[in-house]
Write a protein that binds this ligand. Structure first.
Ligand SMILES: *Cc1c(COP(=O)(O)O)cnc(C)c1O
Length: 401
């Protein structure tokens, strides 16, 4: 998919618009598969929350992926996309027992991350196999907002609580069929990840009837030139060998599961906006686009870097810009960013907008969520219509005064 293709999509489907390149998703999927080719029984469960459009989910199903879900609604989306319930794992955090029971009824694999609900669920449904999410207390990456394995994290059952966990399992006679961890969003150091994996292996030895080990995700993709990324080949080689060795000692061929979101869809996504105003101030030049944190909140929420290019003037002289939105709130996408000279009406594209972009969008300022387009077999296909004023009114109830 080229920049010319992107311009064509903006022309056909309007702006702002999210565009996803299906070929990039497929090639990332293949890359992960081949890195772990040494594992006999590998499963890749796509993390729905990264980008939950039905057509994306169907595309994932065609690739052979399963699904990782965190809410009953994501499970329902997965089922609507044609996934077999057994191909879905449900890893909620802080949800009600009632919701977990509803999902279990659908035949979906349950993953529980606290002792309170484990005991309650096990008491009521001892024959339903359950996976447990442990917290190995390994700090992956430096940003505590996106590292979920460390000591103060709200996610997972602490490995220090394994004795208590084992007592619950024994008392309820419940079945544990998997062990799960998800250490955070950035694997910057393969050895740190392998260290966490060893803790998972140690935990797994306590259970006799496991079917799978789920290592979560945390694959880091580059967001700009020379940005660090997870060395997939190295991780694949080292973990595959260690996993195979573990299975031999354990005495059965377990399934190895990963649940990547960002790795599969981040780089496939391109967000196209149009510049409404170029505003020179005493300190900078603002380029104001027809969007804001209502459409793309990651830069404001946790400082993520999205590369920005001027599609309309790609060879223009580079200048420094502050790219901001049209929301009545500070909504800075990028400060002091070098971009080919911008004039009003130009199209700017934000890169790496496949993961956690549209799925975090809102109607703030009563603006519409943008359209989504999937680039498939050399053509753009509309996979979500731009909202209209009816969507803004939809659930509002007017009362009489
Ligand atoms: C969000 C999430 C993922 C995906 O994380 P990425 O960094 O997008 O790959 C995987 N597993 C669980 C349990 C998650 O909550």
């Amino acid at each position: 998919m080229t920049n010319i293709d992107l311009m064509g999509i903006a022309e056909n489907f309007g702006k702002p618009v999210y565009v996803y390149d299906s070929e990039k998703i497929a090639s990332q999927y293949k890359l992960l598969k081949s890195a772990f080719a040494g594992v006999t029984n590998l499963r890749i469960n796509y993390a729905t929350k990264a980008l939950s459009n039905l057509s994306i989910l169907k595309f994932m199903r065609n690739l052979g992926a399963g699904l990782d879900t965190v809410s009953i609604q994501e499970v329902q989306l997965g089922l609507a996309a044609g996934f077999d319930p057994q191909a879905i794992i449900y890893t909620p955090n802080g949800v009600s027992l009632n919701e977990i029971e509803e999902v279990a009824k659908m035949g979906v694999q349950i993953n529980i991350d606290n002792l309170s609900l484990l005991e309650q669920f096990g008491t009521r449904h001892p024959t339903t196999p359950v996976c447990i999410r442990i917290n190995p207390h390994v700090m992956a990456g430096g940003n505590s907002n996106i590292s979920v394995g460390h000591i103060d994290s709200k996610f997972g059952i602490s490995i220090h609580q394994i004795p208590h966990l084992l007592r619950i399992v024994e008392n309820t006679a419940m079945k544990i069929n998997g062990i799960h961890m998800h250490t955070g969003s950035d694997i910057l150091d393969v050895d740190v990840f392998l260290h966490a994996a060893e803790i998972l292996f140690d935990t797994a030895k306590n259970f006799k009837n496991l079917e799978f080990l789920d290592f979560g995700s945390g694959f880091k993709v580059p967001y700009f030139n020379n940005d660090i990324e997870t060395n997939i080949e190295e991780l694949g080689e080292k973990l595959s060998a260690r996993f195979t060795e573990f299975c031999a000692n354990y005495g059965s061929e377990l399934q190895l599961i990963f649940e990547p979101g960002k790795f599969l869809v981040s780089q496939a996504g391109h967000f196209i906006t149009q510049v409404n105003v170029v505003k020179q101030t005493t300190s900078t030049i603002f380029a104001q686009v027809d969007s804001g944190f209502n459409h793309l909140i990651r830069p404001m929420l946790y400082g993520s870097h999205h590369h920005i290019e001027n599609l309309s003037n790609p060879n223009g002289k580079e200048r420094f810009y502050s790219v901001v939105g049209y929301i009545c709130e500070t909504d800075t996408f990028a400060s002091n960013r070098k971009i080919a000279e911008i004039t009003e009406g130009n199209l700017l594209v934000f890169r790496n907008c496949g993961a956690y972009c549209f799925s975090m969008s809102s109607n703030y300022n009563s603006r519409y969520r943008p359209a989504e387009v999937l680039w498939y077999k050399g053509k753009g296909h509309l996979i979500r219509k731009r909202e209209t004023f009816d969507d803004i009114l939809q659930n509002q109830v007017e009362i009489e005064f």
